[in-house]
Design a protein around this ligand. Structure first.
Ligand code: SIN
Length: 493
């Protein structure tokens, strides 16, 4: 199976600033590698401060006109963007799989997932109504109007190169904001392709600008945006330390922030659960994208009575997963994004085993004829895991399912909440009273009950505690890009 792109316009290999697709101002370049082989297969600009400043200049100038474009017209442009993304699902899926490593079926699935957010926000654009407020005194009319915040900066991660940028840019455009964005250094190509399609859909020059940059130069770009008071909002998906840095550094310009940060999701299976459904839910939630997902279960708690049966079923399913490059049509788990990612997975598994955990599936790197590259790790199940192990304390971000046995509901709720993070939590139970007790008690922005696939464009996605704040998707996702202006007219009697 080939991952060759049929339509070469989807690989512009350049920044878009205003109407110009261009190299970095100083000509520096960034190599894009295939995680299946670590070989370089594309080159994009390695942008710096001058490019970042230029992007804000044009985005700021474009805001004056874009904010006045009627919502219906903005909606039509965003809808055309959605249609073009869907029409290019094959090529975009290949691009995602090539630069990120996920199997092609997942790459194409991600394109449709990204499109679902674009379509959703095209529709929401026309519903950003304000309110008429009942005046407390005679002779007044009072209104709450919604306005776009201005220029927004979007910084996106490598794990979902299409979906994460789509669910930031689409609401921004729909709300009437203009955009400067920087995709992750590992996966810039999909973002460039999406921006190309947005341009074709009729997004006017200057409204959507993108610069690519290496890990080494990313801070140079982002610092310009942090310091510039014309950038009124920053939206970021990535690690908690970086999110906290952005919050601190944006204080001087008091930017609005959306931070979708790390998670450490619990997945709890009670004695009264449907075990087969719980195993399937865990497979979907844990092994999607090779476990490289912020909402992946990172700590799996199984109640005494069903522990052994659950582990047996889980180990059988996990051992049967096909690990292969995205070019292999049977692939279910691809390579990890890079060597650092595999090193971290290995460190977590070794740490757990050295402290008494047992491996019941996987537990090692893979190097074989089918997977000759350096970045493969076998899908893994660990048992006898405890709260002190590294895999319980921080996101592994890989295909490792660490299982811990528990006895009581009170004990598992306390353990599940004993983390600074609060992005997603899952549990399986058929006891209706327990279901609502747990839904209330779990400290997370998202709760999946008897369901492992929780993300959807109509749902508010985001965390609490160290997992950040702000919501993406849903009607709440549009509000993140708008502020309220209160207008009061007096002397009316
Ligand atoms: C993420 O990993 O941050 C996003 C996952 C999703 O959209 O389900």
């Amino acid at each position: 199976m080939s991952l060759t792109i049929q339509n070469p316009i989807l690989m512009p290999g350049a920044n878009l600033i205003g109407a110009e697709w261009s190299a970095a101002a100083d000509g520096r370049t960034l190599n894009v590698c295939d995680p299946a082989t670590d070989e370089v297969f594309a080159i994009v600009p390695d942008s710096g401060a001058a490019d970042a400043r230029h992007a804000v200049d044009v985005a700021h100038a474009a805001f004056a006109t874009w904010k006045k474009v009627p919502a219906k017209q903005r909606a039509q442009i965003v809808k055309r963007w959605n249609d073009l993304v869907v029409a290019h699902v094959e090529d975009l899926g290949r691009l995602i799989s090539r630069e990120q490593g996920k199997p092609l079926a997942e790459g194409k699935g991600e394109v449709m997932y990204a499109a679902s957010y674009i379509e959703w926000f095209a529709e929401e654009a026309t519903r950003a109504d304000g309110d008429v407020i009942a005046a407390p005194v005679p002779g007044r009319r009072m209104f709450a109007l919604r306005e776009p915040v201005g220029v927004i900066a979007a910084i996106t991660p490598w794990n979902f190169p299409a979906a994460m940028i789509a669910r930031k840019i689409a609401p921004a455009l729909a709300a009437g904001c203009t955009v400067v964005c920087k995709p992750a250094e590992d996966t810039p190509l999909t973002s460039l392709a999406l921006v190309k399609l947005a341009e074709q859909a009729g997004v006017p020059p200057g409204v959507l600008n993108i610069v690519t940059a290496s890990r080494e130069r990313a801070a140079e770009v982002v610092d310009v945006w942090l310091d510039d008071p014309r950038v009124r909002k920053m939206t970021f998906t990535g690690s908690t330390p970086v999110g906290k840095h952005l919050a601190r550094r944006s204080a001087d310009t008091l930017k609005k922030l959306s931070l979708e940060l790390g998670g450490n999701a619990p997945f709890i299976v009670f004695d009264d659960a449907d075990l087969d459904a719980a195993v399937e839910g865990l497979m979907a939630a844990k092994f999607r994208n090779g476990g490289q997902t912020c909402v992946c279960p990172n700590r799996i708690f199984v109640q005494d009575k069903v522990h052994d049966a659950f582990v047996e079923k889980l180990a059988a399913r996990v051992s049967a997963l096909v690990v292969a490059p995205a070019t292999d049509s049977a692939a279910q788990i691809g390579p990890m994004i890079n060597a650092r990612a595999v090193d971290k997975i290995e460190r977590h598994v070794n740490d757990a085993v050295s402290r008494g955990a047992r491996v019941v599936a996987g537990g090692k790197r893979i190097k074989s004829d089918r997977c000759p590259g350096p970045n493969y790790y076998a899908p893994t199940v660990l048992v006898d895991v405890d709260a002190t192990m590294e895999c319980s304390c921080e996101e592994t971000f890989g295909p490792v399912a660490p299982v811990t046995r528990f006895s009581t509901e009170a004990e598992v709720v306390a353990t599940a909440n004993a983390t600074p993070f609060g992005l997603a939590a899952y549990f399986y139970s058929n006891d209706v009273k327990r279901i609502w007790r747990l839904a209330d008690a779990l400290e997370s922005g998202i709760v999946g009950i008897n369901e492992g696939a929780i993300a959807a464009e109509a749902a508010p996605f985001g965390g609490i505690k160290d997992s950040g704040y702000g919501r993406e998707g849903s009607r709440y996702g549009l509000e993140e890009y708008m502020h309220i202006k209160y207008v009061c007219q007096g002397q009316l009697d």
